[in-house]
Ligand binder design. Structure first.
Ligand code: ZN
Length: 310
């Protein structure tokens, strides 16, 4: 019998689709919501303006190439007399990065990112611990691979963290296998748990309060461990396909538009379980069998890993 699913601590969140278009979150941080809501992007992508006392500003995750969004960002800058210094990306996914080159060109500013496939604009490659500073405001880069290999979170002087797709305002994140990696994702959650005790500003969904931050991280880790144990339980000594496993775990209730995301996350768990020798491939890439040890052993191992890293 499997343990019950961990409960989401985010109660009383503002309902999906009712986030304000522009919100002032703290001194020097404004959020502009992009009009690209979908099952994968929730309310839409959150674009952040992070700026210092003299008006120098960084645009974090500029979002989709959309004229209305561009206009809202430009007017949020104008009202506050901000002067652009750079575009910063949490990761390369298109819902965060599509308009990066456009802003970079129009403003003549560089793009700061963990990786940049298309070097059409001047780029600054970011690594762990780098700080991007402007007039007393600062973004400290934390490499948090897992959702994607190039994912970064950015710590603000207030102690709050821009979390991109590492931690979301509602629901849970997808480990976008094979670029995403579940083992690294868990490690990155543990890293954030060790350093972020304050609120979070996610790439999608509402901001997470200072009070809820620790509980949300704890839930993210428990939820992921629960999913990994479910994936292991979906297999037996008989050959089982990935599709059968996905159906076993998520049931038939999952909206068709999210099925591919469920499969990516399941494949990420399978890859981790093969690596740790709980599963082994049975003939091809699509079938697996249990390699021996059971779920209890796996959970003990994950809990021990967590204690070791804290
Ligand atoms: Zn993403």
């Amino acid at each position: 019998m499997s343990a019950p699913a961990p409960a989401d601590p985010r109660l009383n969140l503002i309902p999906l689709g009712s986030m304000p278009q522009v919100a002032e979150l703290e001194e020097g941080v404004v959020r502009v919501l992009a009009p690209n809501a979908s099952p994968m992007t929730l309310d839409g992508t959150n674009t952040y303006l992070v700026y210092g006392r003299n008006g120098g500003a960084y645009l974090v995750d500029p979002g989709p190439a959309d004229d209305a969004h561009f206009g809202r960002i430009a007017s949020a800058m104008e009202i506050r007399n901000l002067e652009p210094r750079g575009v910063v990306l949490t990761h390369h996914h298109i819902d965060h990065s599509e308009s990066a080159h456009r802003f970079s060109r129009e403003w003549s500013v560089p793009i700061f990112a963990g990786a940049l496939e298309d070097p059409a604009s001047p780029a600054v490659l970011v690594s762990e611990g780098d700080s991007i500073e402007v007039d007393g405001q600062r973004l400290t880069a934390m490499h948090t691979p897992g959702h994607t290999a190039d994912h970064f979170c950015f710590l603000l002087p207030s102690g709050r963290v821009l979390t991109g797709d590492h931690v979301l305002g509602r629901g849970t994140s997808v480990v976008a296998y094979p670029d995403g990696d579940l083992e690294r994702y868990l490690q990155s959650l543990l890293q954030l748990e060790g350093s972020a005790s304050k609120g979070m500003y996610p790439g999608h969904g509402p901001e997470l309060s200072d009070e809820s931050a620790a509980d949300v991280l704890d839930y993210y880790i428990s939820h992921r461990m629960y999913r990994i144990s479910q994936v292991l339980e979906a297999f037996s000594e008989f050959r089982t396909s990935v599709t059968e496993a996905v159906r076993g775990i998520y049931g038939r209730s999952i909206p068709p538009g999210l099925l591919f995301a469920a499969e990516l996350s399941t494949r990420a768990a399978i890859s981790m379980l093969v690596e740790r020798r709980y599963l082994e491939p049975a003939g091809d890439d699509d079938h697996y069998v249990r390699a021996g040890a059971g779920v209890e052993m796996l959970l003990d191992e994950l809990v021990a890993d967590r204690r070791r890293r804290l």
